[in-house]
Design a protein around this ligand. Structure first.
Ligand code: HEM
Ligand code: HEM
Length: 357
């Protein structure tokens, strides 16, 4: 904790050079995206396991608070991706180190240049949605939906600290021993760079489908489901996921395979990044440093199991009807306003049809 206060003090005292600010921004954006990922993977799994909860999760995504957060999320992903690419590239070629400062400015400029058109396209979807005078959840309801996640994260932190205390008691606690650099740490160093570069096309493709070609609001629109030839007849989020995960091209469930690659890479990269951050601020305490390792390892395993289980399952029969009933419960007798939405055109789909669900 004292190391965290020290870092903030030093940064403000010296007003940090661009390299130092980009390090802080890289850290904050990485942690922000990871927090979203934890909520996102758990609530996406509900499309299979608890359809009515998934309806409520997507209703939260379609509220003004999450719309604001969505712009922030996209900005975080774009900055972190470009800056991570800079770090990976310069580490790969040490003779380019002298260009660090210029490269940091290029990353900021490239982020701004990318975000202007992307934000305009995203804003068109938002305007389009609000023009139809839709019903949205109140801020109170949206915050209430997030409480189980806050409680879950708190329980995980407490469990990791207790587990670390018990390990310390059983195996003994050599105070002050710093983590040793090892082959394993060198592996993680390379993994962060290689996985980062592999994540770029996957996460940009995912965001292009969910924010640019279609918007978050189109998940519940009666329109073609992005990346498939199917129409979301019930205009429910559950049918949207079911169509994407049920779409087969050349004998392969292409969006399941895509999501699986994304899930594995971002989860391991993100939680290992969290371990770096936490161990930086817990150097002086063996108890907390061990807890950081337990927390990040258990967090990654849980997310991989939950996300993987959803990807291996099929949306059960009756789930779409259950989702329709939940929409009625949420918004009363009024039609889901977004159902009638006229959707912005999609580029022609050229893939062969598979089995929808
Ligand atoms: C989009 C492509 C991405 C690239 C190119 C990228 C690249 C990088 C690189 C090079 C590092 C530095 C590793 C080190 O210091 O050894 C890093 C750290 C990190 N990344 Fe990513 N990353 C990407 C996506 C993500 C995503 C999706 C998440 C969240 C799920 C994430 C979370 C983190 C965190 C928390 C850190 C630790 C930051 C720190 O130590 O200050 N990254 N990333
Ligand atoms: C608000 C922004 C986002 C929306 C609306 C969104 C939407 C979705 C939807 C509808 C699915 C279900 C399957 C599919 O259609 O492919 C999904 C799955 C997934 N998304 Fe996103 N996504 C967003 C941002 C992100 C980001 C930034 C990441 C990575 C950091 C990400 C990672 C994933 C993963 C790993 C899965 C598979 C989940 C599982 O296995 O249960 N998504 N997303």
């Amino acid at each position: 904790m004292t190391s965290l206060v020290y870092t903030i003090n030093e940064l403000l005292r010296y007003r940090g050079a661009v390299g130092q600010w980009s390090w802080v921004l890289h850290r904050i954006t990485g942690l922000g995206v990871l927090l979203f990922l934890v909520l996102h993977v758990i609530d996406t799994s509900w499309a299979v396991f608890y359809p009515e909860l998934y309806v409520r999760a997507i209703a939260s995504y379609q509220s003004p608070l999450f719309t604001l957060g969505e712009f922030g999320l996209v900005a975080c992903v774009v900055y972190h991706a470009y800056n991570g690419f800079r770090v990976a590239l310069i580490d790969f070629r040490p003779k380019w180190w002298k260009h660090q400062q210029r490269a940091a400015y290029i990353v900021l400029a490239a982020t701004a240049i990318t975000l202007v058109p992307v934000f305009i396209l995203m804003f068109r979807h938002v305007l389009h949605f609000y023009e139809t005078a839709p019903e949205v959840l109140s801020l109170f309801d949206v915050l209430k939906e997030q409480l189980p996640f806050v409680a879950g994260i708190a329980v995980a932190v407490i469990a990791a600290i207790l587990f670390s205390a018990v390990t310390g008691l059983i195996l003994g606690d050599k105070k002050g021993s710093a983590p040793k650099s090892s082959k394993l740490e060198r592996f993680w160093w390379s993994f962060m760079r290689i996985s980062g570069v592999l994540i770029i096309p996957l996460v940009f493709g995912h965001l292009a489908m969910m924010h640019v070609l279609q918007g978050v609001f189109d998940i519940t629109a009666q329109t073609t489901v992005v990346g498939t030839p199917y129409i979301n007849e019930s205009a429910t989020a559950v049918e949207f996921v079911s169509s994407r995960w049920g779409y087969i091209v050349g004998g392969i469930f292409i969006w399941r395979v895509y999501d699986f690659a994304l899930l594995v890479l971002v989860t391991i990269h993100g939680f290992n990044g969290l371990r770096y951050v936490l161990t930086d601020y817990t150097m002086r305490s063996n108890l907390m440093r061990r807890a950081a390792v337990y927390l990040t390892t258990i967090g990654a395993v849980i997310l991989l199991v939950v996300g993987g289980a959803a990807l291996l399952s099929t949306v059960p029969e009756g789930a779409i009807q259950e989702a329709e009933r939940e929409v009625q419960r949420l918004y009363g007798e009024a039609e889901n306003a977004n159902t009638e939405t006229e959707v912005l055109p999609l580029p022609a789909e050229t893939t062969e049809a598979g089995s929808g669900s």
